[in-house]
Each structure stands twice: as C-alpha cells, then as structure tokens.
Design a protein around this ligand. Sequence first.
Ligand code: MN
Length: 416
Amino acid sequence: MAESWFPVPAGSGFPLENLPYGVFSASDGAHIGVAIGDVIFDVHAASRAGLFSDSTLSDALRAASLNELLGLGRKAWADVRSRLQELLASSSPIASEDRANFIVSRDSARMVMPFEVRDYVDFYSSLEHATNLGKIMRPGTEPLLPNWRRLPVGYHGRAGTVVVDGTPVVRPRGQIKQENGEPEFAPTAMLDIELEVGFVTGRGNALGEPVPIDRAREHIFGLVLVNDWSARDIQAWEYQPLGPFLGKSFATSISAWVVTLDALEPYRTAPPKQDPAPLPYLHAAQDWNYDIALEIALRTEKMRGESAEGEVISRSNFKYLYWSMAQQLAHATSNGATISPGDLFASGTISGPDAASYGSLIELTWRGTKPLKLASGEERRFLEDGDEVTLTGYCEAAGKPRIGFGEVRGKILPPR
Ligand code: MN
C-alpha cells in the first residue's frame, strides 16, 4: 500500500488501508468524510470539486448520510474506496497547495449519525454470553434453550433511538418488580452495557426473496461498535413471553465511523465449530468471523475528578461469535422479509471464554453478587449516574495494517 500525503502517526488505527466512513457537521450542513490519521478527509468537498467522475456516485457522496451510497451496492463501494486511496496517496492528483482544502481536524469535528437507521435488529449470537445469561436469569435450568444452536436468536429493536458516539444516556424509568412481587415505576437500579458490533446493510432485497447466505457480501457494507444499553430489572420483569422491549429501547449507541468489510479483509478468520451442523440455508462457503479486539473502559465521576483515565474492565473479541454476520443476514431474510440501505444488525453481547472477557456488567459482576473493585477504590455492580463507558475496537497483527474502529462513548445522566 502506498504512503499517504497526509502523515499517519505510527500505531494509528486509521491508515490508508482503513478509510472508515463517517458524517460530520460542517458549516454548510452534514458532510461525509473518511478518517485518515488524526484528521478527516472531506469526501463531500472532494465530490464538489469534481474528483469523482460518476455522477450518481458523486451525488451520493454529497448526501447528508451514507444511505444513498449504501444503496448503490458493492461495485460502487469498491470504486469509491479505490478512488479515495488514489486521492490520499502521495501520488495524489490533488495539487499539494489544494490539499488543505479537504482536511478537517478530527478533534474539533462534531460527528453525527453516519447513516439513518432504517430497521434495527439485535441478535444473541455469543455462546458464552447466552450461556451466562441463561445461568443468571433461569438458574437451575439448562442455560441454552433448545433453539439456540439451531438459529441465530434475535429481536427487532428500536431504530429511532440509535444514537451516535458521545450522546449522553438518561437513566430510564420503568416497571420494576419488588421483593413482594408488586411492580413499582422507578428509575432502573440495574443499568448495564452490552459490548457489541453491528453491521450495516447496503442494497436490499425484494419482498418475499430471501438473501442467500453466499450473497451476504453483496449486502453488507461495514461494521460499527454498538453499546446496547440495558436496564436489567425492567428487562427481567417484561421480557417473557415476547422478548426485550423498554429495558432496551431507551438508547443504543453506535460509533461514528463505519469500517468497511474491505478494510477488514486481512482479519477474516475461521469460525468456531458449530455443533450440530446448521441447516443448509445457514451454511456459508467462506469464513465470516473477524479478529477484532474489543475493550470496555469505565470512567467514574471520581476518576474524572482525579483526572484519572477510564479503567478497562473487559477485553473481548468479535471472533468469538458463534453465529456469523452472514448467518444472521440469511436467517433474518429467510422468511422473505426485506432489508434496506441503513439497516443495523447488532451481534448481541460478545463475551469470551473467561471472566475477564465478559461483555456486560450483569456477567462481570454475576448480577451484582461479585462487585467490580476498581483501582479508584470504588465498587460497581451496575452503572451509576456520572459513569462514562467507552467501547473501543481495533484489528492488529504483525505484518498487517492496524484497522481501528475508534470508540463509542456514553455518559449516564440522572433520571428525569
Ligand atoms: Mn444486546
């Protein structure tokens, strides 16, 4: 890969090989950009300057969200990616004296939602997480229900409350069952996080025509980090018989940068063995897991007061997932349901095999029975007001470019 004319610091997750897409607020409205090093390359400005010859593509790059580009499909995505790599390479056709016109500082940019979320699905695809939750929520029974190894379990969530990195989260109120069995309406006392990765879809399918698993690549544009905030006490009371509802729908946070499948290609890896073998419509010819390191950091009000960094409370990896993105997409459309540009499909909490890799507080503290002891001297069972959670993700291996996701951050505000 060529060097970029823009300096990319050593260890940056945003080299020329990554170029994740985001949308930032510019003086004349929302602009699409890609992250390179510590800056944003203003794709909207590049399009306006005539640097993309195809007019449909050029228009899509001047939209206020990625949805139009998503709808153009994989060939267009590949064309934009290779053109951006040309424009950002040392041999760029952009004259040296003009280059500054296309650069925006990432520190000062205000990122907005990268795409309009059309439909939102959340899966439950980590074997370790599903097993832990089964033990915690239904003690004394078989932790995995009989369908779990047969299909990627999921539910439809609330697209309208998906928010971008940095958006604060107000502690929700809801019905909570008390010890005497009666519900009260109160702020959640069990506010939790879920460490997830989601994929966003591009071109859709026709109603009644499933997406075959080996066509999934044509429909999946890229990935974002997802924090699926959860109120465990509200969830526990409401979730049977129909599934998660208000314990989840108050907010779901995504990272501002969408990392493309193309950028992740060097990190594709073999999936875990599935036993029993899935039904044929869930059998993929190629590997669909990716080696993406994931972390959860927690920064309390006290840590902020002492100017201390957040403390990493878990380290997991996207490669642990039992059900892959291709299987999730094939399953979600297997009944003929449509997908559209901008649908978000989240993985479900990604927990690893050991207790230091669990992706939620309900697992890390075993429903509050084993509080986390933080270096600040504090303890946490669940989130308190003022706590700030940051999820980060990156791919890293010797001889390969580092591919960063950036982060998704959110701070808990008191109930209203
Ligand atoms: Mn979830």
